[in-house]
Design a protein around this ligand. Structure first.
Ligand code: HEC
Length: 192
């Protein structure tokens, strides 16, 4: 067979047998790199999971919905440490919709209807328990952060973390100078 003839028949074969073509070693190359899989030992040691990759804090939410959460007493004092943690979590989980300043100042806020969290309604009228319940179970549109599964709940925030966010929202969010928050949570300061 001529070279061209062989090429044509090889092409023809690969069209006839596409699965065989896919099964060539190249399709698994990426899998076979040195990596330590979960539960696998390396030099006689099993590594722990990276932080936050697996929920380890097993404190369960004891209330079933926002109404039940309404009268919950905040068990975590609003210390500087708690608010610092709350601020960090707020920047990660809340600011995309409610804005870095909490004033519905993100580009998404008006599109999704996320409200200003520095108003009297949030700061005075609602109970801390209700805000905790909102973070836990979500709202009409807002996603849930303390409940897995249905309704898009992520269960990303532990009970303690949710109270840290409540402490931050109620004690610091409305008071902080705009410039300071913006530089801490946006890319502005990095670009300068
Ligand atoms: C995906 C967008 C989104 C994210 C992220 C988000 N929210 Fe909301 N949030 C909303 C929207 C929209 C509303 C108003 C409608 C509703 O209640 O669902 C709202 C309402 C609220 C309310 C008022 C509830 C009420 O009863 O009126 C509070 C308090 C609140 N959010 C706090 C938070 C906190 C704290 C976080 C971070 C843990 C957060 N939100 C994350 C979209 C979001």
């Amino acid at each position: 067979m001529t070279f061209i003839g062989r090429l044509v028949s090889a092409l023809f074969l690969s069209i006839l047998l596409p699965t065989a073509a896919f099964a060539w070693p190249w399709s698994t190359d990426m899998m076979n790199q040195p990596s330590i899989k979960p539960q696998e030992t390396y030099k006689g040691k099993i590594f722990s999971f990276p932080a936050r990759s697996v929920p380890t804090i097993a404190t369960l939410t004891t209330v079933a919905n926002r109404d039940e959460a309404k009268s919950l007493q905040n068990p975590i004092e609003a210390t500087a440490g708690s608010m610092k943690m709350g601020k960090r979590l707020f920047a990660i989980y809340c600011s995309a919709c409610h804005g870095a300043l909490g004033k519905a100042d993100s580009p998404i806020s008006p599109k999704i209807g996320a409200i200003d969290l520095t108003t009297e309604y949030i700061q005075k009228d609602l109970t801390e328990g209700w805000i905790f319940g909102t973070i836990t179970f979500g709202g009409a549109i807002m996603p849930a952060y303390g409940k897995p599964g249905e309704g898009g709940g992520s269960n990303d925030l532990s009970v303690e973390e949710r109270w840290h966010v409540v402490n931050y929202v109620r004690n610091q969010l409305a008071k902080q100078p705009a410039a300071k928050v913006a530089s801490a949570t946006s890319g502005e300061s990095i670009r300068k």
